[in-house]
Design a protein around this ligand. Structure first.
Ligand SMILES: C[S@@+](CC[C@H](N)C(=O)[O-])C[C@H]1O[C@@H](n2cnc3c(N)ncnc32)[C@H](O)[C@@H]1O
Ligand code: SF4
Length: 409
């Protein structure tokens, strides 16, 4: 058992049944599938991933299907949307195709795509699997920045991928990374200009987060420069007919929104995937061996579980909702109507961080700055320590190792 900011994380989690997990959801959740394989590992990347090996990936897809089967066997499983992330999901399309044919998904299907993989044939294949939303990990159009980030692929491949994607999908998101400790402001603004000229549906602009366990290691953030840059980016977006639709995304007016958090309540399958059902938060094993062992023993591969008291669940829900810049107040979600959520909204209005707009509260410019800071704090104070702990599951066992299930004490 470990405790973080008053929330108790239970471990190991051994007697959790799929029916009990599904019973926690008040409505059908969104489904997240994690495919943790990459051909090369980028030195800044904090996500759960391992180098691609065909046999390892094939075994993993079998396990993923078995994990899905545990939920499907309850009859209660149906999903409002699908989000496939990684890693590099396009390395595993054969296994994914088999799995998708068994999943009851009603809404949109979104997938993360490494630009150099998006040939016309790949776009056709993804379309045949029902994907209409894609996110391209472009990161920058500057060869210098790509070299520094150690990215696979070239600017030319990114351009070709955007052109292919725009002709094939309903919603095309381009991911950009900016680092005010390294680049001048103009680099991101030039990158944004290119995306706006392409008329992509959405551009995501992520400040580079420096996780201590990655080869990039820790680094400084220039808070004021980041705020100023995002404000300038917002003006540039407006001049091109785009709007800021979340803390870090800009959308063409009228275009759909691409987001991994479209659904506030989600079930995550795969190594490292998380699930949020309102009163419980779960994280699966990161290590492929631990994941595989649990599946082999017909157990859910959950490594950490936190039962959230109402107030904590309300804060979690309000936090992620506020990322979109708009929090509905119309009584559609009990967690957003919880007294703690109402208090947080009232406080943010009183402090000038948000304003009331009909049946919603929307972030002001200074509210976006504050949220940006809060998101960085959450990343380094909550997400990084949890992931760092779970990343140790990838470490080779010590000769005198305990051999315990979690392996992450
Ligand atoms: C799950 S990742 C990977 C998608 C895909 N494998 C790729 O690299 O194109 C999704 C996005 O997260 C962003 N990202 C990755 N590492 C980051 C970091 N350290 N800080 C901020 N954003 C990051 C990148 O923009 C990336 O495209
Ligand atoms: S950024 Fe994408 S390609 Fe690079 S290691 Fe992370 S998941 Fe893999």
């Amino acid at each position: 058992m470990s405790r973080r900011f008053g929330i108790r994380f239970e471990q190991p989690v051994s007697d959790l049944s799929p029916a009990a997990v599904l019973a926690e959801y008040r409505t059908a959740p969104g489904l997240y599938l994690h495919l943790p394989f990459c051909q090369t590992i980028c030195p800044f990347c904090p996500y759960n991933k391992v180098r691609y090996e065909a046999e390892l990936a094939a075994d993993y897809l079998d396990d993923l299907e078995r994990e899905a089967s545990m939920y499907l066997a309850t009859q209660a499983a149906s999903f409002l949307s699908l989000y496939v992330g990684g890693g590099t999901p396009t390395l595993c399309l054969d296994g994914l195709e088999r799995l998708l044919s068994r999943l009851p998904i009603t809404g949109e299907r979104a997938i993360e795509v490494l630009p150099k993989h998006l040939t016309r044939a790949m776009a056709t294949r993804l379309g045949a699997l029902g994907f209409t939303y894609v996110s391209l990990g472009v990161q920058s159009f500057s060869p210098r920045v790509l070299r520094r980030l150690g990215r696979p692929g070239t600017v030319r491949a990114s351009r070709a991928a955007i052109e292919t994607a725009l002709g094939a999908f309903e919603c095309v998101d381009v991911d950009l990374i900016f680092d005010t400790a390294y680049d001048d402001q103009q680099t991101l603004l030039d990158d944004l200009d290119r995306c706006f000229e392409y008329r992509v549906h959405q551009v995501s602009t992520y400040p580079l987060m420096r996780f201590g366990y990655t080869p990039f290691g820790k680094g400084d953030h220039h808070r004021d420069r980041e705020h100023a840059l995002l404000r300038t980016a917002t003006e540039l977006a407006r001049s091109h007919g785009y709007e800021r639709r979340s803390v870090w995304t800009f959308n063409r007016l009228g275009a759909p929104t691409y987001t991994s958090i479209t659904r506030p309540y989600y079930l995550g399958l795969g190594a490292g995937a998380a699930s949020f059902a309102g009163a419980v938060f779960l994280v699966n094993h990161f290590g492929l061996d631990q994941y595989r062992r649990a599946i082999g023993e017909s157990r859910l591969p959950v490594a950490r579980m936190a039962r959230l008291p109402g107030a904590a669940a309300a804060v979690y829900r309000s936090f992620w909702q506020a990322y979109t810049g708009t929090v509905p107040t119309g009584g559609r979600d009990p967690l957003l109507d919880h007294p703690v959520s109402v208090l947080l909204r009232d406080l943010s209005v009183a402090l000038g961080w948000s304003r009331r707009a009909g049946e919603a509260v929307t972030l002001t410019e200074s509210g976006y700055d504050r949220y940006h800071d809060l998101e960085r704090w959450v990343t380094y104070s909550l997400i990084e320590p949890l992931w760092a702990e779970l990343m140790t599951e990838h470490d080779p066992p010590r000769p005198t190792g305990s051999g315990s299930d979690g392996g992450t004490q």
